[in-house]
Design a protein around this ligand. Structure first.
Ligand code: NAI
Length: 793
């Protein structure tokens, strides 16, 4: 007779399928084809085209769905535009009620939505039921709250307009909620395109919007593929694009929207490190790995796909992990007892297979559990590569499948270096029982989300989004709301072309002249440096008389300046208090030379004495303003999951580029450079191209104010040319540009290379007003890192 222990050891799970009748009936009702949801009605595609949607668990076709054409996109954008005036004027409380109603209806249909999601995407029903759909409801509830609080918490800001939202297939309904909830809360209207593999839950949500009586045209769906997505991106009447998906497409979208004035947020790929120190609770860390890389078959942008283990425990950890892998059950997504479901599409399965073959060819050791894969459908076994070379393909490329690449490290320094050895920076997970060590790594890793002794935790109250090529902008929390808001009071100042002080530089102004000794040089690494070209250009007064010469900086000068800025990391490490002291000193020294600076403004721009003096005084005040902020612009603590708090910390970008406007040559420069350095960034600034001498006079103020070498670097010359070089430079993490429309397009397009964040404006601003200072400048000078810390029992 078997003992109880033997029975338990040999016992296998029987199938525990979730019922799918309601979903099957719903799918049948919508044939011969699902239609777009436009202007509150389900509309057939204008050219009648449909495409097939499959069930990844068996490859069968489960639905036909409308393929959106440019005409369908037009209709949806027109509906969203028509709905915008009324919707944006509803009270926050009214919008809160709609969002609340959507949340309630999602909860009422939780089972239906979970089953539909699992059939469409292939994810285990346990995940869609316990994670995706509850979080969808949570997002609508949370943002109902923001709608109600909008007037007080985001005063001075209002909706952007019509938002085009393009989402991926890995969390179809959850990504919809991440995007739609904040957009509607802020008073925007939406045209959403779900991914072509997984459009069904979005269409089910459209029915919910109908049920709750959401006004027609506020939320629209056009289904289709990448072409449909591109039609939304390129539509002239769309004000903002929010995209989640591959870095490749994100880069295309950055290029396509450059210079169009569309607001943009990108949530892209990752290759996130999962770091296990030798003092970690190894059994917990093994469970962490399971969640990190086998959750949703590894098709998660923030999947912990690079395992970094401290050398001394590596073998033991791999053994434990392999044993655990043997117990993972791969199979029918609707079976409640399976752990790993199907891969979303055949092409994705092929991509994963190819990358795994590449891993084997590269010489890494490959482990897969012994259980056979299901006979039909698109499945891939959990896979562990060990002995992976850090530079190999499988350690660098986002595989987007259940494949883990493991490497070892010896010291925390090595762990940090390996963790950051990636073009991405979405998330990281750090495991150690030593909290000092965890927090040290959290500070050093360049990623938007860090989980300490945990992984893949999400909540609507916490921002989510990446550093580096993982994109920019955040979703969730306060930061996420900001992405859907814009200043209410649009700049009403005059057109730059007509403004007296803001004419664009003419080519002739930059005709090179050999450098004279009295020519203002560049300012690089704390030293005045001759321009590499050896040329300078004439600086003219209001009557076109030459009043001086400024160096004509080029690509090489920019390279030197960026190098100097990149080295000045000590500035970033200083406390806010220490930086504030330097800024106060700077203000004091500028103030002592106010007459001289006013005289220079008069000479360059022909400004009246009073106006020139006002500009200098305002510059001094502005420095004091940011000295005040330097130790006060701090983060927040979010209460997210039980037994956790999430620290939202604004961090300096590192090395930033700032291109300054011609109007207000001194104040414009100060208004941009000072908040940037107040937050701990180092900067390469290109001053007003027509009137650069206020900035070059400022070298001496910098030299006498304890500003460390390399913190502020100034390169004079053709602003747009220099701005383009800066935008294309990989060491620059964020570029600001305040100049002409053409320059904006150059910078936004140039930034696509490493997907750096940009803040670009054209059109004159009133630099004297208090709107030209304050939190929005500080916000653009920082990015938020969200650190999830265990807290309490
Ligand atoms: P994708 O980036 O092509 O698809 C995401 C969405 O963008 C879909 O809705 C698609 O229709 C749309 N799209 C495609 N081309 C577009 C264009 N030119 N303009 C506007 N929209 C466009 O991703 P795909 O091809 O499905 O997957 C390929 C790889 O991308 C994956 O293996 C994975 O590495 C990565 N990926 C990353 C995601 C993430 O969350 N970070 C999500 C999906 C894919």
């Amino acid at each position: 007779m078997s003992t109880v222990k033997e029975i338990l050891q040999t016992m296998d799970y029987g199938p525990a399928p979730e019922a799918k009748d309601a979903v099957t009936a719903w799918l049948a009702k919508h044939q011969p084809g699902f239609r777009h949801y436009i202007g509150g009605a389900f509309q057939a595609p204008r050219d009648g085209k449909l495409f097939d949607v499959h069930n990844p668990a068996d490859g069968s076709v489960i639905a036909k769905v409308a393929q959106g054409s440019a005409a369908d996109v037009d209709a949806a954008v027109a509906a969203a535009r028509a709905a915008f005036p009324a919707w944006s004027k509803t009270s926050g409380e009214t919008r809160a009620r709609y969002l609340y109603a959507i949340a309630r209806h999602v909860q009422k249909r939780e089972r239906f939505l979970s089953v539909l999601e699992s059939i469409d995407n292939g994810k285990p029903i346990r995940e869609s039921r316990d994670i995706d759909v509850p979080l969808v409801a949570r997002h609508f509830y949370h943002h109902a709250g923001w709608a109600a609080l909008l007037d007080t918490e985001f005063s001075g800001l209002g909706p952007v307009g019509v938002c085009g939202q393009i989402i991926p297939w890995n969390f179809p309904l959850l990504m919809l909620a991440w995007k739609v909830a904040p957009a509607l809360a802020a008073g925007n209207t939406v045209v959403l395109k779900p991914a072509e593999y997984t459009p069904l839950t979005a269409l089910a949500l459209a029915e919910i919007c109908d049920e709750v009586g959401l006004p027609k045209g506020v939320f629209n769906i056009v289904t289709g593929d990448g072409e449909t997505g591109a039609a939304i991106v390129n539509h002239a009447d769309v004000d903002k694009i929010a995209f989640t998906g591959s870095t490749e497409v994100g880069r295309e979208i950055r290029k396509a929207t450059a210079g169009t004035g569309k607001k943009l947020s990108l949530e892209l790929g990752g290759k996130s490190p999962f770091i296990v120190f030798d003092d970690a609770d190894l059994d917990s860390a093994v469970e962490g790995v399971v969640d990190a890389i086998w959750f949703n078959q590894g098709q998660v942008c923030c999947a912990g796909s690079r395992l970094l283990v401290q050398e001394g425990v590596a073998e033991r950890f791999y053994d434990k992990l392999k044993r655990r892998m043997e117990t993972l059950r791969v199979g029918d997504p609707l079976d409640k007892s399976i752990d790993i479901g199907a891969i979303v599409a055949k092409v994705q399965l092929e991509r994963i297979t190819k990358l795994v073959e590449q891993g084997r060819r590269e010489g890494a050791a490959c482990f897969q559990p012994s259980a056979p894969m299901p006979g039909k459908g698109w499945f891939f076994p959990p896979t562990l590569f060990t002995d992976v070379a850090p530079a190999s393909t499988i350690a660098q490329v986002e595989i987007f499948g259940p494949v883990l690449a493991a490497m070892t490290f010896r010291t925390p320094d090595e762990a940090a270096a390996l963790a950051n050895n990636s073009a991405y920076g979405l998330s990281a997970s750090v495991w150690s029982e030593n909290i000092d060590r965890c927090l040290d790594l959290a500070a050093r890793i360049k990623a938007g989300v860090i989980w300490i002794n945990g992984t893949n935790m999400f909540d609507a109250a916490a921002g989510f989004g990446g550093y580096r090529e993982s994109g920019f902008g955040r979703e969730g929390g306060r930061e996420g709301m900001i992405e859907y808001l814009t200043p209410l009071k649009k700049n009403s100042a005059k057109d730059p072309a007509k403004a007296k002080l803001s004419a664009e530089p003419t080519a002739s102004a930059f005709e090179g002249k050999p450098t004279l000794d009295r020519t203002a040089k560049l300012f690089i690494g704390g030293k005045q440096a001759r321009p590499d070209s050896g040329y300078s250009y004439s600086v003219l007064d209001a009557k076109d008389h030459a009043i001086g010469q400024a160096g004509l900086g080029n690509r090489k000068d920019i390279r030197n300046a960026v190098e100097a800025a990149s080295k000045a990391t000590g500035w970033t490490a200083l406390s806010g208090h220490a930086r504030a002291q330097v800024l106060y000193f700077l203000a004091e020294n500028l103030s002592a030379r106010a007459d001289e600076f006013a005289a220079r403004l008069i000479a360059m721009t022909g400004a009246a004495k009073k106006a020139a003096r006002a500009e200098v005084d305002a510059s001094v005040s502005r420095i004091i303003h940011y000295a005040a902020w330097a130790d006060k612009y701090d983060g927040r603590v979010h209460y997210t999951k039980a037994r956790h708090v999430t620290l939202a910390m604004p961090e300096a970008w590192g090395t930033m580029a700032v291109s300054c406007p011609d109007e207000a040559p001194l104040l414009g420069f100060i208004s941009l450079v000072i908040p940037v350095i107040a937050m701990g960034n180092r900067v390469v600034a290109t001053p007003a191209p027509l009137h650069p001498l206020s900035a070059t006079d400022f070298y001496q103020v910098l030299e006498t104010s304890d500003v460390p070498d390399g913190v502020v670097n100034i390169v004079t010359g053709e602003r747009d040319l220099l701005a383009k070089t800066l935008a294309e430079h990989d060491e620059i993490a964020c570029a600001w540009y305040f100049g002409g429309a053409e320059g904006v397009a150059l910078v936004e397009r140039g930034s696509a290379g490493n997907l750096k964040a940009t803040w670009c404006e054209h059109g004159a601003r009133d630099w004297l007003s208090t709107e030209a200072q304050g939190e929005s400048f500080l916000r653009h000078a920082t990015q938020i890192k969200n650190i999830w810390v265990p807290y309490g029992e």
